[in-house]
Design a binder for this molecule. Structure first.
Ligand code: 13P
Ligand code: SF4
Length: 304
């Protein structure tokens, strides 16, 4: 604890010296969330990155999130304290695969989940996050087919919510995939009064068991505003820290202890400290890709 305190103190000082802002996803380690200026979901983090006045953005999350920040704020230095923190789902669609699919489906509107590389965003028409995917798909003219990449579970959920025909991609989050219906049923049996909140990256048979399906920030809002006192949480367990912080007096139980994203846990206070000292590792996006990817992100932000 002393070490955490000392590092946190030094990080705050360095942050001021560098005119830096620290953005953290809700899946990060608690001590990392604590040094952040803003903690949120992918959508909130993109919005913050787009309008920050800081010179340096320290992004405590995974690579595609830092890339989005670099696309939206090209004049800032964007640091990803652990450069190897990727998202396996984002790697499930490459530019070549997407181009090939687009050739098979001329006229389709490509809606890409933010969990994709900048190069894939550049090949897409509009981005979405789990918080606005339904709105984004509803913004597509009804006579146009939608190709949704890469999360099959989120795409299927959005198809159900919108009634639209959506062509799906076979991508998935290997953290959320681990949550099984039997885990939810067992948690419900242990906590019969609790409401079940799950992320739309979960399998359809898990989504079917939920009382609410929402993005990470959406889940926290739901718990804050709900009259219920107990909740079973079907998403990465790092979020429990924010639930408990933002909803005192309520109880939160993980739907499964398998819900851990190793990439989200790869960022430590030591690495945040080092990044602020060295101003490395940086995430940059080549100008030609950036311009096209920016269009997809800006279309999303206009709809949201
Ligand atoms: P949110 O957009 O809900 O923060 O989710 C991001 C993510 O990576 C979920 O696994
Ligand atoms: Fe990617 Fe899943 Fe980790 Fe989110 S939880 S960053 S989708 S691997």
């Amino acid at each position: 604890p002393d070490k955490i305190q000392q590092l946190s103190q030094e990080i705050k000082q360095l942050k001021a010296e560098r005119n830096a802002v620290i953005l953290s996803h809700v899946y990060q380690r608690p001590e990392v969330q604590e040094v952040a200026d803003f903690v949120g979901d992918s959508l909130g983090l993109s919005q913050r990155a787009a309008k920050t006045e800081a010179d340096v953005i320290v992004f405590c999350g995974v690579h595609f999130m830092a890339e989005s920040a670099a696309i939206l704020s090209p004049d800032r230095i964007v640091l990803l304290p652990e450069i190897k923190a990727g998202c396996p789902m984002a790697d499930m669609v490459t530019v070549e695969e997407l181009r090939a699919k687009k050739r098979e489906m001329p006229g389709a509107v490509v809606v890409c989940y933010v969990n994709t590389s900048a190069a894939v965003k550049a090949e897409s028409d509009i981005c979405c996050t789990s918080a606005n995917a339904v709105k984004v798909v509803n913004s597509v003219p009804e006579d146009r087919p939608v190709l949704f990449i890469p999360d099959e579970n989120l795409g299927r959920y959005v198809a159900r919510q919108t009634g639209r025909k959506i062509y799906l991609w076979e991508g998935y989050c290997n953290t959320h995939e681990k949550l099984l219906p039997e885990d939810v049923l067992a948690a419900r049996e242990a906590h019969p009064e609790a409401l079940v909140l799950v992320h739309p990256e979960c399998r359809p048979d898990v989504i079917d068991l939920a009382d609410a399906v929402a993005s990470t920030t959406g889940m926290i809002r739901y718990a804050r505003e709900s009259g219920a006192k107990e909740f079973i949480i079907g998403t990465e367990t790092g979020i429990l820290y924010q639930f408990r912080k933002q909803c005192p007096g309520k109880e939160f139980y993980p739907a499964s202890d398998k819900l851990l994203c190793p990439n989200m846990k790869a960022t430590t206070l030591e690495k945040v400290h080092r990044a602020l000292v060295t101003l490395e590792p940086r995430v940059t996006v080549p100008a030609d890709i950036r311009e096209k990817a920016l269009r997809s992100l800006e279309r999303m932000l206009a709809v949201t």
